[in-house]
Design a protein around this ligand. Structure first.
Ligand SMILES: [Zn+2]
Length: 228
């Protein structure tokens, strides 16, 4: 839409650029909230606000909580970025409104949150996980589908992060209307593994959009076994 290389060095009129990353810093108290994996909400939000949602570090590239948060925050922050890029001044309360949404959303990071005219809708992450697993199991050729990837370091991370609050379906990160799901599947020996993995991805995304009303769903599929 606009020039995406919106730069740091065009610091001519700084009152406008003030409304992006600085706004995040000013409005979120340090260490006020953390994602289930232990990452700080303010840092994650700042990364998204600066347009770095695709720049995943080692932890983020295997963490569904961080992936969901980055996607959700960057969608939420987009209107602020658009207005900052446009030759008009962002309405003073826009960033505040976004921050109120963020605060609401991070009060419980184990739930999706959707705001409607009638009130809020929250759906537990374990339900998202359950639906994802069931959808994966319905794909022909899939024998077993687990809500976590045994291959990733995620399991350890999540176990540490949820020490006080054990969560068996922890390979799902949800925030707002965004979810990131890690699935490990075993397929029937002799079936086209690649096609099955893609089919799992597509069905899970469709199912979560339809039954949970999620807007953005990322599904990472690991095929880690074949079954005779
Ligand atoms: Zn994380």
């Amino acid at each position: 839409m606009t020039d995406d290389s919106a730069s740091d060095d065009s610091a001519t009129d700084s009152s406008a650029t003030d409304d992006s990353a600085d706004a995040v810093r000013r409005r979120l108290q340090p260490a006020e909230a953390t994602l289930p994996c232990g990452r700080r909400v303010d840092e994650t939000l700042e990364q998204a606000a600066e347009g770095g949602a695709d720049d995943l570090d080692d932890h983020q590239s295997t963490c569904p909580h961080c992936q969901a948060a980055l996607l959700e925050f960057s969608a939420l922050w987009q209107p602020v970025r658009d207005l900052v890029a446009a030759p008009v001044t962002a309405p003073a309360d826009l960033a505040d409104r976004v921050m109120r949404r963020v605060h609401q959303m991070v009060t419980d990071t184990w739930f999706t949150l959707q705001l409607t005219e009638l009130g809020s809708l929250k759906i537990a992450a374990r339900i998202v996980a359950r639906i994802a697993r069931d959808a994966a199991r319905q794909v022909p050729g899939v024998r077993v589908a687990l809500g976590r990837s045994t291959a990733s370091r995620l399991v350890r991370l999540v176990e540490r992060a949820t020490f006080s609050h054990r969560h068996p379906d922890a390979a799902v990160g949800v925030l707002g209307r965004t979810a990131a799901v890690e699935l490990a599947v075993a397929v029937q020996y002799g079936e086209p593994v690649h096609d099955i993995a893609r089919e799992v991805q597509q069905r899970v995304i469709l199912q979560l959009r339809e039954s949970i009303g999620l807007e953005s769903v990322t599904v990472n599929v690991t095929v880690d076994d074949v079954v005779q």
